[in-house]
Design a protein around this ligand. Structure first.
Ligand code: T4K
Length: 370
């Protein structure tokens, strides 16, 4: 029998039987979008889950990031310091918001933006910082806030990977002016497409609610240049079922994380991620294939494909290596980001992986690297 393909991510889908009553409620009301009852219900449930005062649901994480930046009224064309080690949407959102990304390096021993590199890159054109909690691991939020306060900069966290993560001082999503979460199909909590902005600033929340709905304050009043970034009732229905299960889904991922750490820890040169020091959501399992490994990262990636194991090189290439982003300013050299981008391999981690799947992944890696 042919072996099934093992993907880096797989959405957890709600039971169709459970979805039907929610779909019936949408059909009965004919309210498909525009802040309907399911969107409102999911917003309140997420505020409670994130222990945060305000959540604005959006059509996806990228639109949520654009709207968060737009709603801060940053000067048009001003500079936003961010990381080149991320999904391209981090930078594209900055550009779509009419701002200029400035790329600085990540920390020497991690995946997140370096606070000292941010500090050194601030100029009188800088208006904001967009750090990424890469793979859901918290940035140094205290150091970043200190820099932002000293230079009067806004901070919008790209928390696409950080659904429900806690850091040393509670909910990670309550740091900065706003945090943006993605609910894409590949994420821990998914609504097919979706995302949200989390903020504790009521005035910002008001602007966001206008921004995602063309700027409409009332039937006859438009404030600011808005866009359509609303979440639909269908996406919210999926979210309402997902939120009931999310604890179970994160626990299943934690189990996989522990199995990988147990089975792969003895391999020369292979560096495995750790969940120490914060409450993780286990959204990714980024392993580093260092120079002492028997195979290079790309060789291992190809070798695993031969076993139908589709690990992914998140995040390679660096955003700055895409032609469209090569012209933006570098606020520092990028040696740490480059080293990690050339060595990282994200292993499959999702709630539908079976013990047999995990055995296949671990055996394929062990055979290749031993
Ligand atoms: N900021 C950061 C830091 C992000 O990582 C992202 C998104 C964003 C912002 C923007 O948020 P959104 O606007 O997307 O809400 C995927 C996702 O499309 C993307 O959401 C995610 N980050 C990024 C890290 O990964 P691809 O191009 O790798 O996706 P794809 O289609 O190759 O999917 C990966 C695997 O997942 C497939 O091999 C199979 C499985 N899969 C995928 C989809 C779409 C499924 O099983 N079912 C599916 O429906 O970008």
């Amino acid at each position: 029998m042919p072996k099934s393909e093992i993907f880096v991510a797989r959405p957890n889908l709600p039971d169709i039987e459970e979805l039907l009553p929610l779909l019936e409620s949408i059909w009965d009301s004919s309210q498909l979008t525009n802040n309907g009852p399911l969107v409102q219900k999911l917003s309140r449930q997420l505020e409670s889950y994130f222990r945060a005062p305000h959540v604005t649901l959006c059509g996806n994480g990228t639109l949520a990031l654009i709207c968060a930046l737009k709603s801060l009224n940053l000067p048009e064309g001003s500079e936003v310091i961010t990381t080149p080690y991320s999904f391209v949407a981090t930078a594209s959102a900055i550009v779509w918001a009419g701002l200029k990304p400035v790329f600085v390096d990540i920390e020497e021993d991690g995946f997140n933006i370096s606070p000292s590199a941010i500090d050194a890159a601030v100029t009188n054109k800088t208006s904001a910082i967009v750090p990424v909690h890469c793979y859901g691991k918290p940035c140094d939020v205290h150091a970043i806030q200190d820099i932002a306060d000293r230079h009067e900069l806004a901070v919008v966290y790209d928390a696409a990977h950080a659904f429900g993560v806690d850091c040393d001082c509670g909910s990670l999503l309550t740091h900065g002016d706003a945090s943006v979460v993605s609910f894409h199909a590949t994420k821990v909590f998914q609504t097919f497409e979706g995302g949200c902005v989390v903020t504790d600033n009521a005035a910002l929340k008001d602007k966001l609610d206008l921004a995602i709905n063309f700027g409409f304050r009332s039937e006859t009043e438009v404030e600011g240049i808005g866009i359509n970034a609303k979440m639909s009732e269908f996406n919210a229905a999926v979210g309402l079922l997902q939120i009931e299960k999310v604890h179970e889904l994160i626990t299943a991922r934690q189990h996989i994380h522990e199995i990988y750490r147990k089975e792969l820890s003895g391999l020369d040169g292979l560096r495995l991620p750790s969940d120490k020091g914060y409450r993780s959501n286990y959204s990714y399992f980024p392993a580093l294939i260092n120079d002492e490994c028997k195979l290079s990262r790309d060789a291992l990636y190809s070798e695993l494909k031969l076993s139908d194991v589709f690990a992914r090189r998140y995040f390679f290439p660096l955003i700055t290596d895409f032609e469209s982003y090569s012209g933006f300013r570098r606020g520092s050299e990028l040696p740490n980001a480059r080293r990690v981008a050339e060595r990282v391999l994200c292993l499959p981690i999702h709630s539908s992986l079976t013990a047999e799947d995990l055995n296949r992944v671990c055996s394929a890696i062990t055979c290749a690297l031993n």
